[in-house]
Design a protein around this ligand. Structure first.
Ligand code: MTE
Length: 332
């Protein structure tokens, strides 16, 4: 596979998309004493770790100064080891360790994506060719699962709006639906319980997700092809997945091989499974509880304790306008 060429996040962009809480925590850390040798050493070693991982990629890396200024302390992404071993990918099983242990069966190259529905001309494109036509950027985003845990992930991908312009939807296109590859040979759970093609699986595969076209056109929405400066691993949705940081993780569909432009709002997989608990929007909102648990706080993976959940996962400034006049209680 070709190496990824992308533009790294600039300090200005980082500040724009990274919620205040990180900066507050960073300031607290600095107040505690940037002089603390132990802390400084651990920061340095973490930085070195991140910088080393950039070796094979051709992009503008953040300078050490930028990294120290912006990415100190809790601003660090979730350790890569955790983000690639604690996953939800029900095509491989229900346990958080199933995706890492079983996703080896997923063949991610060659991988074609079919673009259909309300477009001037439907087409099929290989993901490698698509990547050459898009501008790859790095985006460090908060990630909040509906199960009330969270991570911080450094994604590499392209803005969904760039893809939409490339796909040339008609004026009738008001929604986009994404579908995961359907292949029970590669995704054991698609074949039903026990993967024997018998009985019904608990989700109606293939996994499907949707966005309103204006949500999709928001500059924060992206299609990711990498994380932690490398290609996505199968367990994280290789070779291409959706990233919408103000929504719960279940919206961020993995291993996409079909993208349709639609006139009407589609029904997503979790909504079809249980519409009382999961909606079409899946917006992160600390004030709208899940019927079975509160969403007011979250467990940060890799850290101790819980932190308050932020409205729209901290991205309200960028996306709140999309929901003007709508009832927040209906946007779960
Ligand atoms: N996409 C597919 N195809 N199948 C899935 O089971 N799980 C979703 C989402 N995308 C899922 C999926 C859920 S519930 C979450 S929280 C995120 O992927 C998890 O992404 P991660 O494993 O990279 O953290």
């Amino acid at each position: 596979m070709k190496e990824l060429k992308y533009q790294a996040v600039t300090p200005k962009e980082y500040q724009k998309v990274t919620p205040e809480i990180f900066f507050k925590q960073r300031r607290r850390f600095l107040k505690l004493g940037a002089g603390s040798l132990v802390a400084a050493l651990s920061v340095e070693s973490l930085l070195a770790d991140i910088v080393n991982k950039t070796d094979k990629l051709h992009y503008r890396p953040m300078s050490d100064k930028e990294m120290l200024k912006i990415n100190r302390n809790v601003i660090f992404p979730t350790p890569e080891e955790l983000a690639t071993s604690y996953n939800n990918f029900y095509e491989f099983g229900y346990s958080k360790s199933d995706p890492k242990n079983k996703a080896g069966s997923l063949k991610t190259s060659p991988w074609s994506i079919s673009i259909e529905g309300e477009v001037q001309k439907p087409f099929v494109i290989d993901v490698e060719e698509l990547i050459t036509k898009m501008t790859l950027v790095e985006r460090i985003y908060r990630f909040r699962c509906v199960e009330a845990w969270s991570m911080v992930i450094p994604w590499i991908g392209f803005e969904l709006r760039e893809f939409i312009n490339f796909a040339k939807p008609t004026k009738e296109a008001k929604y986009i639906r994404f579908t995961t590859l359907y292949d029970p040979k590669q995704f054991p759970m698609q074949g039903g319980f026990l993967g024997l093609g018998m009985g019904s699986s608990f989700l109606d595969f293939p996994y499907k997700e949707g966005l309103r076209i204006d949500e999709a056109r928001n500059p924060l929405s992206m299609l990711a092809v990498g994380m932690y400066k490398k290609r996505l691993l199968p367990q994280n949705g290789a070779p291409i997945r959706l990233v919408v940081p103000w929504k719960y993780g279940y919206k961020m569909i993995k291993s996409i091989n079909k993208i349709e432009f639609l006139k009407k709002q589609p029904v997503s997989t979790w909504e079809a499974e249980n519409s009382r608990e999961y909606g079409f929007y899946g917006n992160v909102d600390p004030e709208v509880s899940h019927p079975r648990w509160s969403q007011s706080s979250e467990r940060v993976i890799g850290q101790r304790g819980r932190v308050p959940t932020l409205y729209l996962n901290g991205y309200a400034k960028e996306v709140e306008h999309l929901y003007a006049g709508l009832d927040r209680k209906k946007l779960y």
